[in-house]
Ligand binder design. Structure first.
Ligand SMILES: Nc1nc2c([nH]c(=O)n2[C@@H]2O[C@H](COP(=O)(O)OP(=O)(O)OP(=O)(O)O)[C@@H](O)[C@H]2O)c(=O)[nH]1
Ligand SMILES: [Mg+2]
Length: 318
């Protein structure tokens, strides 16, 4: 079909999260529908006059019989299907009234977060699954020569701040020291149910069975295919559109995008500003963490412009 005549469809959908935050509600598209038999996040096409949130409220009432009063933006994904271009405008819903059921005869199921990836979803949904599974805060560890201080601070962040995604940076450590540190960090992260990404070469995963790798922007630009298998997480540091495109081409699961504000580690960096950040995020098609001078106080602002949340060293490393 000629690209020029493709329909544009704006869809609002919800990741409805259970009160214990461990499960998410999905529905199966009836077999007579477009993409029938696949699972999806409940929602549907906006009417021309509706905002995303208005359309979401109406769709959740029509499809599930639940009433929502508020929702937080989670991720926006632009995807091209053979017959249409869709914008999936996905929201996270924590509070609702009523017991959800399939009002249109569709199967509806609460599934544990960790099982989500085993359900077949439409092609556009991969970044959404990633966004649902990831937290809003990403801790990057500081350079720390003293092992005891490292353990103490990481434990504090996992325990007191509830951090569930950690990147182990250790540029000043030798290769051997880094591996030893990574093993300690992994044991701690496992204890708290947190994911650990190693900042370094993908081959490190053969020595330490962490949850994935976080690539520097420099390393990212040298690669031409995804360097870790699908079961592992792949993150990358990005600073501009070219690097974001590369991250998308490598099918990264998440990126950091920086710098938003000056930091002691990068005092002279040219800052991005929220407007440019928002434009980059809109087209990233994957979860993006705002980085550079971010604290948890910035998390809501970052979310409001489409980010997954914030990444920080200083805010968590105390
Ligand atoms: N609701 C929903 N739609 C999705 C998801 N992923 C995805 O690709 N889509 C696509 O987005 C479009 C949503 O349309 P829909 O069929 O839900 O629309 P609707 O509820 O307004 O139904 P209707 O058009 O039959 O009245 C479909 O083409 C569907 O395949 C998803 O996770 N949730
Ligand atoms: Mg629908």
């Amino acid at each position: 079909m000629n690209a020029i005549v493709k329909r544009r469809v704006h869809v609002a959908a919800a990741a409805i999260i259970s009160a214990d935050k461990k499960q998410v509600l999905i529905a199966r598209r009836p077999s007579s529908f477009d993409q029938g038999g696949l699972w999806e996040f409940p929602g549907g096409k906006l009417a021309p006059y509706e905002t995303g949130l208005e359309g979401l409220k109406r769709e959740l009432h029509e499809e599930l019989g639940v009433e929502i009063s508020c929702a937080q933006p989670l991720i926006r994904v632009h995807h091209e299907y053979p017959d249409k271009r869709i914008l999936l405008d996905v929201w996270q819903v924590h509070e609702f009234a009523g017991e959800p059921f399939g009002r249109e005869g569709q199967a509806v199921r609460w599934v544990p977060m960790e099982d989500l990836a085993s359900y077949p979803f439409p092609a556009a949904n991969l970044p959404i699954l990633r966004a649902v599974m990831l937290p809003t805060e990403y801790l990057i560890t500081a350079e720390e020569d003293d092992e005891d201080v490292f353990i103490e601070r990481l434990t504090r962040a996992l325990d007191k701040d509830g951090v569930r995604l950690v990147q182990l940076r250790g540029k000043t450590l030798s290769g051997e020291e880094y591996v030893a540190r990574a093993r300690q960090a992994l044991a701690l992260c496992r204890e708290y149910g947190a994911r650990l990404l190693l900042n370094g070469e993908p081959a490190l995963l053969e020595q330490v069975d962490a949850d994935g790798i976080h690539l520097t922007s420099e390393r990212l630009m040298q690669l031409d295919q995804r360097p870790v298998p699908m079961g592992k997480w792949l993150g990358a540091s990005t600073h501009n559109a070219e690097q974001l495109d590369k991250a998308a081409a490598l099918d990264c699961d998440l990126v950091t995008l920086s710098p938003l504000a000056p930091t002691p580690s990068h005092p002279d960096a040219i800052l991005m500003g929220w407007h440019d950040f928002q434009q980059h995020v809109e087209h990233a098609g994957m979860p993006v963490f705002a980085l550079g001078g971010m604290t948890r106080f910035h998390a809501n602002r970052a979310r409001a412009v489409g980010a997954q949340g914030i990444a920080s060293i200083r805010d968590f490393w105390r």
